[in-house]
Design a protein. Sequence first.
Length: 307
Amino acid sequence: MWALWTLWQAAEAHTGAVPVRGVYDWSNLPAAAPDAWWVWEFYPSVVLGCLAFSAAYEWMARVGRVRWALSDVGPTSRERFFYHLSILVVFFSLQGPMHELADVYLFAGHMVQHLLITLVFPPMALASIPGWMWRPVLRRPWLLAIGRRLTHPIVAIAFCNAILYLWHVPAMYDWALYDHNVHIVEHLSFMTGYVVQWWPAMNRSEELPALSAGPRMVYLFTATLPMKLLGALLTMSDYVLYTYYAQQPRVFGLDPFEDQRLGGIIMWLPGGLVFWVLIARTFFLDYYADILRERNARGRRTGAVSS
C-alpha cells in the first residue's frame, strides 16, 4: 500500500508532458561545455556491488565447486573473461561519463545506458556462468519452483516488460531522475527483469534449461517487440514526455525534442539488433547444426539398412 501511495503522489506531482509545436521555447536553456559530461565520479554501491559479483563467481569457481562437488573442472578462461567483462559493462554504465551524460544531460544517453545493462550485461553474464554454478541454489525445491514459474517464456517476457513500461511512465521516469535512491531501484529492477527475460534463451542450468534452438528463435523474436514498440512511441511522440530533460543544459546541440527522438531511435533499432544477432547465431550454430546431425543420422541408418 505504501508503494502504491508513493506512486500516486509522484503522479499527482508530475506537471505533465511538455508540448513541442509552437508552445515551448528551449532557447533559454544554457549550452553545456562540450566535455561537461566527461566526469569520473565513482559510487560505493556500484563499486562494491560489482566487486561482490566478481568475487562470488571466483569463489564458486574455486572453493564452492570443490566444497559441494559441483564439477571436476572450473570455468574456462573464455567463460571467466566474458563474465568479468559483463560486470565491467555494468561498472562503466552506472558511473563515470556514461552516468553523467545519462543522469544530467541527455535522454538518449540514458537509453544507451539502459541498453548496456539490459541487452549486453544479462546475456553475456548468463552465457558465461556454467550450469553447475546454479545447482546449490536450485537444489532448494521452493526456489526451483519459483524459478520454473518466473522463467516460463510467457511469464518472463511479461514480467520484464511490465518493469520496462512502468519505469517509462513519465511520473516514474522523472521521479527516478530527481531521487537517486529511486534511480538505484530502477536500475536494479531493470537488470533483474532482463536476467529473467534472457534466462530461457541464454542460461546453461540443467535444472532450468534454456529453450531448444527453434523455440529460442521464436522467443527472441517475440522479445524484440515490446522494446521496439516503446522506442517507436518515443520517436514519434509530439511531446517531450520527461520534464526533467526539458530543463537541463544542452550538449551536442540537441534540444529536448531531438534528444527524445534520438533516444527512441536508439531503443527502437539497436535494441532490436541485439536480438536479431542472437537469432542469427542460434540458427547457424544450433538450429542448422541440429539439421545436419539429423541428416547424418538418417544417412547412417539408411546405409546400415542397405548393407
